[in-house]
Design a protein around this ligand. Structure first.
Ligand SMILES: [Mg+2]
Length: 326
């Protein structure tokens, strides 16, 4: 029997090494939290593999951008402010033009977020594999996946599903048409919601970034918080670009498509105005799309009539048998 990514981590890597008093939060969230000289740091690492996490023919600059964006998205999910990064790069060959473009994409996003790349490692290998370790400042009130409580509302930022629809277009060699440019931009140039995450500290009760898909990532949050989540499909924002390109499949993409790097979060109903203020300040749209209740830790998607919908088990899976987890 093969193991899911989570089973694999649980069996082989959980509780590895010494138990340290300065570890505030270990594996199982979007980032780890450690106490360091009176401050709380958020630490995360993520890997992009050519042909798995980005198409081999993706614009080179977008590879550098996306590598950092997926890591910054984990910082965003913790409400952390990214500060430092280390890069481990495996290359099949030294292609200076491609490397310069990757650097350019990385540098532009890093500069925008005040992040310094301060070291790393370069090796030769079969295909392009890039790992980025990122560290940032979180606070006492860092966001985590385990704080959702019955009665909270479930919110999502942006318009999920666009990146997955963009991937389908890219793979079908569709480059032009209504809405196409927007979906491809969302695929190749995701915008991590760092400012929103920072603004939600002290407002949201729990958060996760949407990398595997809304339903899959809501499931991660439900599991960690030990609560039941309901997602009202009719309240999920479907962008005109998504509807134009995906037609009847737009809802499927919005529920189960991955790679959006939006935030899915919960907050008490009384905090709704504060949520909207944080979103306005960050220049990001947010929508209430569901609720939290006591009960079995799982996600139920309901239609406009309140009837449960069957949703194909969402979420990108790195290994057979279970959920993903970026
Ligand atoms: Mg994540």
């Amino acid at each position: 029997m093969s193991l899911s990514e989570f089973q694999l981590i649980e069996r082989f890597f959980a509780g590895l090494g010494a138990a340290r008093a300065d570890v505030r939060l270990g594996h199982g969230d979007d980032a780890a939290l450690v106490d360091c000289g009176g401050a709380t740091l958020a630490l995360a690492v993520d890997t992009l593999i050519e042909g798995v996490h980005f198409p081999a023919d993706a614009p080179a600059a977008s590879i550098g951008h996306k590598l950092l964006a997926v890591n910054l998205s984990d910082m965003a999910a913790m409400g952390a402010e990214p500060a430092w990064a280390l890069l481990a790069l495996t290359l099949p060959a030294v292609d200076e033009t491609r490397l310069a473009a990757i650097r350019e994409g990385l540098d532009a996003l890093a500069s925008r977020h005040g992040l310094a790349l301060i070291g790393g490692d370069t090796t030769r290998g079969e295909s392009l594999v890039a790992s980025l370790f990122v560290a940032g400042h979180a606070g006492e009130d860092a966001l985590r996946r385990d704080g959702a409580r019955p009665g909270d509302w479930v919110w999502v930022s942006g318009a999920p599903g666009e990146a997955a629809a963009g991937l389908a277009l890219w793979q079908a060699s569709v480059r032009d048409g209504p809405g196409v440019a927007q979906l491809l931009r969302r695929l190749h140039w995701p915008e991590p919601r760092v400012a929103l995450g920072r603004g939600l500290r002290g407002v949201a009760s729990a958060a996760v970034d949407v990398s595997d898909g809304v339903v899959a990532d809501a499931g991660h949050l439900a599991h960690r918080s030990g609560v039941a989540l309901t997602i009202r499909a009719a309240d999920l924002p479907l962008s005109p670009a998504l509807t134009a390109c995906a037609g009847e499949r737009a809802m499927e993409y919005a529920l189960a498509g991955g790679d959006d790097y939006e935030l899915l979060f919960t907050a008490p109903e009384a905090a709704s105005e504060a949520v909207r203020r944080a979103a306005d300040a960050a220049g990001v749209t947010v929508h209430p799309v569901g609720g939290v209740a006591a009960g079995r830790a799982e996600v139920t998607v309901i239609d406009a009539d309140g009837a449960p919908m069957k949703v194909a088990r969402g979420g990108y899976r790195h290994f057979d048998g279970g959920g993903g987890g970026r």
